[in-house]
Design a protein. Structure first.
Length: 272
């Protein structure tokens, strides 16, 4: 699924296309995807309004207008496609947004786990209210995370993927960051030292930054608005590399299952 770097890549790609542009039209082809689409509210609040900025909160994008924001989430297979008209070009196009006279953004989501919602001017919304800090936020400090993890018996990988603790870290980048930090994904979060938290947070940020700079991860469904895929997949160190030699020590990469998700790590470089 699209993770934080893909969403940030999308945000940056959308900036020159729609910021300071007027939303001139909306079309919806379903009543709901993951949640009901508030079509009447969105038409009333978005049409003829100028988008002032695009904010990313975790994996959510907020297209801000004077009275609130259009919230977009790509879910498992969603993407935004830049097209030439309001005519749907793909089977799983669920909504089309027009900005100005020439920009048409098609929301495509085959598996329908994404969402299109409205956030009022207060910024309060059930999907956003309990999110932890963004990895790049000053609030996501090593000491704050260590305090949150106090007495936590969950594996560290599970902890950093919990959006209530820190938002936006998905499975791919959790595996990669823990590998770079030399921390075993099964270690209890409450046992991670302050120095290890500091190292892990640095690795999380550098991993995400490198992926953002490269344009996202080419996995399954992600494309930017112009149809270009990301290029970071070739640089992954452990994710999806079960049985391949570790780049550091040549030990075969291992895989285990955490909460129904595959976890990739090196038993030698990431000892318990």
């Amino acid at each position: 699924m699209p993770e934080l770097p893909e969403v940030e890549t999308l945000r940056r790609a959308l900036l020159p296309l729609i910021v300071n542009k007027t939303c001139t039209g909306l079309k919806f082809y379903r009543k709901d995807i993951r949640f009901p689409i508030p079509r009447t509210t969105l038409r009333k609040q978005m049409e003829n309004q100028v988008v002032s900025q695009i904010q990313r909160i975790g994996k959510y994008l907020l297209l801000k207008v004077p009275n609130g924001a259009l919230l977009l989430h790509l879910g498992m297979s969603g993407r935004i496609s830049l097209q030439a008209s309001m005519i749907p070009r793909e089977k799983h196009t669920h909504a089309i947004f027009q900005f100005g006279d020439e920009t048409f953004l098609h929301f495509v989501d085959p598996r329908r786990f994404g969402c299109i919602l409205w956030v009022p001017q207060s910024g309060e919304h059930p999907l956003l209210d309990k999110l932890g800090p963004d990895p790049f936020s000053p609030d996501a400090s090593a000491r704050a995370l260590k305090n949150h993890a106090k007495n936590c018996r969950s594996p560290i990988k599970t902890f950093i993927m919990d959006s209530r603790r820190i938002t936006g870290i998905g499975n791919i980048y959790a595996c990669e960051s823990l590998y770079l930090a030399g921390i075993n994904p099964e270690r209890k979060a409450g046992k991670i030292t302050l120095a290890e938290w500091d190292r892990l947070l640095s690795c999380v940020r550098s991993t995400l930054e490198n992926s953002i700079a490269a344009g996202g991860t080419t996995l399954r469904d992600f494309f930017d608005p112009n149809g270009s895929a990301g290029y970071y997949a070739v640089k992954l160190s452990v994710y999806g590399k079960e049985g391949e030699p570790c780049a550091k020590c040549k030990t075969p990469i291992s895989r285990l299952i955490h909460s129904g998700r595959s976890t990739f790590f090196c038993k030698t470089c990431q000892k318990k």
